[in-house]
Design a protein around this ligand. Structure first.
Ligand code: PLP
Length: 404
């Protein structure tokens, strides 16, 4: 495999650091290495730069005030902070509502709270991966302390109506807090806390061309939330520990650039994703798209190749220098089918053969053309050795009939 020809279509797992982001970070390692909490000017100037980063993050997600932004180490910390922090601060209330398709950082935090005596409602999704607002409304009650719903799903890209859900939640119970994991939404679709009933939003640097090890949480003014990390006064006592200065500066710059690139994502990247998807579906008779086609972030497609194993397809793609994923980064590596596809009721024959392609601003038409050309050959080869020949033949016949 030639690294120069690498086609990286796994941007929902992580992204390349933007060179402008790196450039802005570099002075804060060996030159401007002061502690932002220090009294001297050397450290104080670093503190000023952190303020700028806070403003940049606040601007991207529409916070009213930069003080509503707290820097974290990652998206996982943000979700943990929201779930554990809100429940700890509202000890009287016991009920949480989330969905069956959340990232493990929410699902496992919810399971942890369940073991501690809290009650959790896991909302269902339909075959398109979408939730039923009526089911959501009916699950809210006087005891609901928190709703946790992702803005966009990491595996399918499906978008959730979080603004509307937050309105419903507040109308039913004004004291219920509403948390949104926006890790896969920010930079891909408009994410705006302003004039919404959303209380907490988490984002992660490494999904938006900033480095790994940094993230942020928006906490609306007045929202009670106990810190996860207790110690010094950093982040106004809401997240102790000396700040990851260079990482935070990188996140700030990445947020600024993400805002500038949003139109590119919504138009050029979307067109590339659609071309890739169309090219694959047209040329592979046992391919089917998972998740709503209309209601998705622009960079993601999740395609099942029926009667095949996703891992085997990935290995063949890897040999061609094409990076994709067979599910979320955290679940791939296990033979368990994706909990997201399971919740969607995806047929068993399609669940094991799903591949996620996730593009970015660095993706090109040439790369898309290469995948459209090489993937059908890989699938043809694997179909030929599949033990499910009669089922595959049926699918082939069906496709021929449908295309007439
Ligand atoms: N939430 C979603 C939707 C994700 O896709 C991810 C990572 O894949 C996370 C949270 C966790 O983010 P991090 O890797 O920064 O902990």
């Amino acid at each position: 495999m030639n690294d120069n020809k690498l086609i990286y279509f796994d941007n929902n797992a992580t992204t390349k650091v933007d060179e402008l982001v790196l450039e802005e970070m570099l002075p804060y390692f060996c030159e401007k290495y002061g502690n932002p909490s220090s009294m001297h000017t050397f450290g104080g100037s670093v503190g000023q730069k952190l303020k700028e980063a806070r403003v940049r993050v606040a601007d991207l997600i529409g916070a009213n005030n930069p003080d509503e932004i707290i820097f974290t180490s990652c998206g996982t910390e943000g979700s943990n902070m929201a779930l554990l922090g809100v429940l700890n601060a509202n000890s009287g209330k016991k009920h949480i509502i989330t969905t069956k398709v959340e990232h493990p950082c929410v699902l496992n935090a919810a399971k942890f709270l369940e073991k501690k005596g809290h009650r959790v409602t896991y909302l269902n999704v339909n075959s398109d991966g979408e939730i039923d607002l009526k089911e959501f409304e009916e699950s809210l009650n006087e005891d609901t302390a928190l709703v946790a719903c992702m803005w966009a799903n990491n595996e399918t890209g499906v978008i959730y109506p979080v603004e509307k859900m937050a309105d419903i939640a507040k109308e039913k119970n004004p004291r219920t807090k509403f948390f949104v994991d926006a890790v896969q939404a920010v930079g891909k679709i408009p994410v705006n806390a302003k004039n919404t009933n959303i209380d907490i939003i988490s984002i992660s640097g490494h999904k938006i061309h900033a480095p790994k090890g940094v993230g942020a949480v928006y906490i609306k003014k007045g929202t009670l939330i106990n810190p996860l990390i207790i110690g010094g006064h950093q982040e106004k006592g809401r997240r102790a520990g000396t700040e990851n200065v260079a990482g935070i500066i990188g996140l700030g710059k990445a947020c600024e650039i993400a805002g500038e690139y949003l139109d590119d994502e919504l138009t050029r990247v979307r067109a590339l994703r659609n071309k890739l998807e169309k090219g694959i579906i047209k040329n592979v008779y046992n391919a089917r798209i998972n998740g709503s086609r209309d209601n998705r972030v622009p960079n993601t497609t999740n395609i099942s190749f029926e009667y095949l194993e996703g891992e085997l397809i990935l290995l063949h793609l890897n040999d061609l220098g094409i990076c994709a994923s067979s599910g979320s980064a955290c679940t791939s590596g296990s033979l368990e089918p994706s909990h997201v596809l399971k919740a969607m009721g995806t047929p068993f024959t399609a669940m094991h053969g799903s591949i996620r392609f996730s593009l970015s601003r660095y993706s090109t038409e040439e790369e898309v053309d290469t995948v459209i050309e090489s993937l059908p050959l890989v699938i043809e080869k694997l179909n030929a050795i599949s033990p499910f020949q009669s089922q595959l033949n049926q699918l082939k016949d069906l496709k021929i009939v449908n295309s007439r």
